[in-house]
Design a protein around this ligand. Sequence first.
Ligand code: C2E
Ligand code: MG
Ligand code: MG
Ligand code: MG
Length: 290
Amino acid sequence: NHQLARTQKRFLHHLQSSHQRRQALKLDSRQLVMALHHRELTNFYQPKVSLRTGLWLGVECLVRWQHPELGMISPKQFVPLAEESNLITDITRQVIKQSIEDFHDWDPEQMPKISINLSMQDLTDVNFSDFLIQTTQMQHFSPRQITFEITESRLAKDLAPVLDILARLRLHRFKLSIDDFGTGHSSLLQLRDLPFDELKIDQGFVHDAHNEHRMNAIVKASIALAKHLEMESVAEGVETIEDWRNMQTLGADIAQGYFIAKPMPFAELENWHQQWRQRIQQENLLTPLI
Ligand code: C2E
Ligand code: MG
Ligand code: MG
Ligand code: MG
């Protein structure tokens, strides 16, 4: 019964494609152009923490559209539209600029690493690496502080043009992460051909894995794969204490998810960090399992 409900939930989620949701909201690319102009797009940040030490290691930048009438719109609704209408490269640049501005006066020693999501178009934009080098240098920002997340299902089958720009980014010491691992059609080929530093196991495998033997096996194997390829493993979608403990047991390096924090405005990060440090003690988050 539980299994059936789960399958139904997945199926419904699949049906609610971004296209249908967009139609319901009546979003089009003209509105998105205006939104960029009026600076209605804003960065939210979701913390990533070490499963061993509890330390705050990074943040993922997740773009939001603060629409004057419709309220906050999720990237699931407008990123596909931005990709179709070639606006995504402008959005990416704005997301990067904002994150660098937000963190620019933080002590580099204590600053979390910043993760930026990229789309396929960013990786075929010939000026992208120049833009990055300029922007980071201008703000005295080390490329090592920045990780680019690439969703494997978004990568085209032909990796050749993308390999070039990814190699260039790595040469400049930016970090690369493979996002939503397990959801694409050629995961292993991409790991063979691309030099990633981090592997993010898709939340669909992580949350509740301890209740489903097959999912737990997949997570376990993904963590082992990351270790063998000298990549850091990130468990996405850690929503409960059970998820947290399970990922510790399986030996994942880093956790991200609602259990730790939901994505939030920049101004709330320091407050979250204080509370998180207390929670580690109060909820015994670092105690090994009995
Ligand atoms: P993603 O990169 O895989 O980001 C993780 C998504 O999972 C985020 O959704 C986050 O809010 C959500 N999430 C985090 N923890 C949990 C959890 O414990 N449970 C559940 N159910 N969800 C969790 P969000 O912010 O709606 O972003 C959706 C996707 O939109 C992202 O998936 C990413 O692919 C894309 N996206 C977001 N910002 C950008 C951007 O600036 N540029 C590009 N190209 N894509 C972006
Ligand atoms: Mg991501
Ligand atoms: Mg992801
Ligand atoms: Mg995702």
